[in-house]
Design a protein around this ligand. Sequence first.
Ligand code: ZN
Ligand code: ZN
Length: 345
Amino acid sequence: MRAAVIRDFNQDLVMETVTDPACPDTGVVLEVAACGVCRSDFHGWTGEHPKVNPGDILGHEYCGTVVAAGPLATHRIGDRLIAPFILSCGSCPACHTGVSNTCAHQIVPGFGTQGAYAELVAVPFDHNLVPLPDSMTPALAAGLGCRVTTAWHALTDRANLRAGEWVAVHGTGGIGLATLLLAKTLGAQVVVVDVVQDKLDHAKGLGADAAVNALDTDVAAAIHDITRGGAHVSIEALGIEATTNASIDCLRTLGRHVQVGMPAGPSGMMQVNMRGIYSKQLSFFGTRGMPAWKYSTLLDLIERGQVDIRPMVAREVSLSGASAELAAMHGPTAPGTAVITDFTR
Ligand SMILES: [Zn+2]
Ligand SMILES: [Zn+2]
């Protein structure tokens, strides 16, 4: 099969013909229809991710058609499926109690096994996969894999967001944009924060009630003014110290901070305003991914037209075009995200 392979960190992926993946007993091989290019891929491509090495194939946000099914697979050849990025085992206590995104035996293609920057991808534990609705394009479905699902779980589970509350969203990349769209659907008021004015304008066009440019504004003070007392919920979608502290500081008493951004740097250590957490009696949540059983609610919402996630996908690119998308993440990126939909070149 054709695949885009990491040979050297920070260098263009190399287009190669590699051996087709073997079909797992508990899963399937998908012919990839679309695969998102994500900031987590960027961390792997630059060599910062412990599970990504030269010779690996990235790609954890994908959908496609089953071309081979193992003896214990749930799905059949020909099924069109969306994969969550976390493939949970299905048989451990976490999986049995509804929190499969915390499964200790989970597999994430692209981070430890070969991913979907390729014509084919092997997917073990295929009970995690859900049918791709006819009304949804592969590009849109691939964009769900990581960003939209993570944002949905952060808002509905960790933050337990209620209609009418104010949500602050720090960072308007893929996760931030998804958080904005879903929070509006849930009836919240949203203030977005970024350092790129274009992205703030884009977010306002998509329904943000207010926007704060962190380049020239005291973010926490501005949000306290806009929300008359501070946000009820604040979503950190970058994983850096400055925005984590802005998130803590912009909350009102008893507010809820959700750490969605993967903490940057080799150790992930940060200095955070613990006195703020203590004195305002804040809740501080971590979150990662979404249990696969929550797909049905999210897909229903999208199919019924209650949320339009089309703005999530800004560009469709070819497999060889993924390198340029990764390289662009060294600086501030344009609004929306790229999805690979052409695997022929
Ligand atoms: Zn499990
Ligand atoms: Zn991702």
